[in-house]
Design a protein around this ligand. Structure first.
Ligand code: HMG
Ligand code: MG
Length: 288
């Protein structure tokens, strides 16, 4: 059966803008985030504390966080790859942090310059410090439906990493179809394998829309009991270390589709469209 309600995690300001060829000014990011909050989005990923040499687009995350609009009903999250990133996130007042691992060795190496096992070791001190600080940690698994370097990825490989992230204390595990290579069949098989090792209430779906299948893939997984979906306003998004990773599934499309299915999101589609127009105009791109 379908969930009565889905929580949307808006990743546009982070996953979207990290992949833009231009560096979007802090002021514009703030304008976007204020509009997303006004649209009723509560969980918003606003940036990353990673190396600015690797991802210059998010170099302003600390400055951005110092000026975020109030988000009383929700919280702002940032990505952190290691303890150094976590310390910066805590100092900036992050309400949530996210660590990110991969289901494929080659992508782990390309994205964070270490093996899957090493990445999990780096997360251990992050988890410990976050527990002390009372900051919830989300865990990503990338390449769950395919890797740009290794091709097909086995659902068991995904389930193994997802289970480890849950075990070390991530409250939610987001399954990333980083390059949008999944189909409804592979997406469902992957989520079923993960749901066999962690409670389905803790699973989130993070699908990129490379082949235009993200919405169909989401639909194929929703009746497995998953009720958290990541999306990016205007379909912004991608990953600088996964060539061919275009936008995340558009928040506008997800809200519309869930509405058709009778699933509540709490998002005002008119105000969301306004946020989409704002950022596409700022990027000089036609509205999606
Ligand atoms: P490294 O070079 O292996 O690490 O990078 P290092 O420890 O040797 O440090 C190198 C330099 O980075 C040093 O500076 C460190 O201080 C600095 P230097 O001495 O050369 O001046 N450094 C940092 N600076 C700021 N913040 C930090 C930090 N840590 C070290 N936290 C590292 C390792 C992970 C840092 C690097 O590989 C990196 O930053 N990678 C970026 C990864 C990234 O942001 N990828 C995109 C997000 S993931 C994604 O999009 C997928 C997702 O959406 C899900 C999906 O779609 O599948 C989440
Ligand atoms: Mg992504």
């Amino acid at each position: 059966t379908l969930p009565p309600r889905v929580r949307i995690v808006e990743v546009g300001p982070r996953d979207g803008l990290q992949n833009e060829p231009v560096i979007v000014p802090t002021e514009v990011k703030l304008g976007l985030i204020a509009r997303l909050v006004a649209a009723g989005l509560t969980s918003i990923e606003v940036g990353s504390f990673v190396s600015a040499r690797w991802v210059p687009q998010i170099a302003d995350t600390a400055a951005l966080m110092a000026r975020l609009p109030p988000n009383p009903a929700g919280r702002y999250a940032v990505l952190v790859p290691n303890l150094k990133g976590f310390e910066a996130a805590r100092a900036a007042g992050a309400g949530e942090v996210a660590v990110f691992a991969s289901a494929s060795e080659a992508f782990s190496r390309a994205n964070i310059n270490c093996s899957i096992a090493e990445s999990l070791e780096r997360f251990a001190p992050v988890m410990a410090a976050a527990r002390v600080a009372g900051i919830p940690v989300r865990g990503y698994v990338s390449c769950v439906l395919g890797c740009p370097y290794e091709g097909a990825v086995a659902p068991e490989a995904v389930a193994r990493v997802a289970h480890r992230l849950a075990e070390i204390g991530c409250h939610e595990i987001s399954l990333g179809d980083t390059i949008g290579s999944g189909t409804p069949e592979t997406a469902r098989a992957c989520v079923a394998a993960v749901a066999a090792t962690i409670p389905r209430e803790r699973i989130a779906l993070h699908f990129h829309d490379t082949q235009g299948l993200a919405l169909a893939n989401l639909r194929a997984c929703l009746d497995l009991g998953v009720s958290v979906v990541d999306a990016a306003v205007a379909g912004l998004g991608g990953c600088p270390y996964a060539t061919g990773a275009p936008g995340n599934v558009a928040t506008e499309a997800v809200v519309a589709e869930l509405g058709r299915l009778g699933i509540a999101t709490g998002v005002d589609s008119g105000r969301l469209a306004e946020a989409g127009r704002f950022i596409t105009a700022a990027l000089g791109r036609p509205a999606g």
